[in-house]
Ligand binder design. Structure first.
Ligand SMILES: C[S@@+](CC[C@H](N)C(=O)[O-])C[C@H]1O[C@@H](n2cnc3c(N)ncnc32)[C@H](O)[C@@H]1O
Length: 194
């Protein structure tokens, strides 16, 4: 075994990746990100999970693979077509609920300090509506974001958004975090105070 080989991927992943390619959806999470999500999910038995940005269900698939039978995942996306792909592959799992609509609106309706892990994989939850998102995270809960290293697809002005985001998280007294400069670049933060 090598550090460069991922552990066995979830059973449904290959089918989802094929559908993702068919749909020309280029924003799906990479396997190392998925593997991290699965590992973190496994650390939260009976956990409540939130994913902002379902896409075609790649991140959801990895999260579900780490979650125990008593855990639940809410995943949201405002693009009905990509969410439909995720729903087709993952919808029979009773632990997952799909919300199709604007995440910022939905976030306002969620209970405070109710999630054990949030994968904020969309502009809302990351670049805006972050306070609303962190409000819903339990003390001791994990906030996970990726796509923090420069990507060829970025608009020229996006780097400054990312720099601001990282600085704000670094300076937040309610978070302890680690920056992981692999894959697309990640932060894993723990909420330590409200
Ligand atoms: C990076 S992709 C998500 C990838 C997915 N989490 C994965 O692991 O493969 C970001 C998603 O956010 C969705 N999105 C963008 N703006 C949104 C909004 N305001 N509300 C909800 N979803 C949004 C996009 O439709 C897109 O599917």
């Amino acid at each position: 075994m090598s550090l460069f080989n991922e552990a066995a991927p979830p059973k449904l992943l290959n089918d989802i990746l094929a559908a993702t390619a068919d749909a020309n959806f280029a924003m799906a999470s990479e396997p190392v990100v998925g593997s991290l999500l699965r590992t973190l999910a496994a650390s939260k038995p009976r956990g409540r999970f939130l994913e902002i940005g379902t896409g075609t269900g790649v991140g959801s698939c990895w999260l579900l693979d780490g979650m125990d039978a008593d855990s639940s995942l809410i995943t949201m996306d405002n693009d009905a077509a990509v969410s439909a792909i995720a729903q087709r592959h993952l919808g029979s799992d009773p632990r997952i609920s799909f919300v199709v609509g604007d995440a910022e609106q939905t976030l306002r309706e969620l209970e405070s300090e109710s999630f054990d892990l949030i994968f904020a994989d969309s502009f809302p939850g990351k670049f805006y509506a972050r306070d609303e998102t962190l409000r819903t995270l339990k003390i001791g809960g994990l906030y996970v974001i990726d796509d923090l290293l420069p990507q060829p697809t970025w608009n020229p002005d996006h780097q400054q958004n990312v720099d601001k985001l990282i600085a704000e998280l670094d300076n937040s007294p309610s978070l302890r975090l680690v920056k992981l400069a692999y894959s697309s670049g990640l932060i894993v933060a723990v909420k330590i105070t409200s």
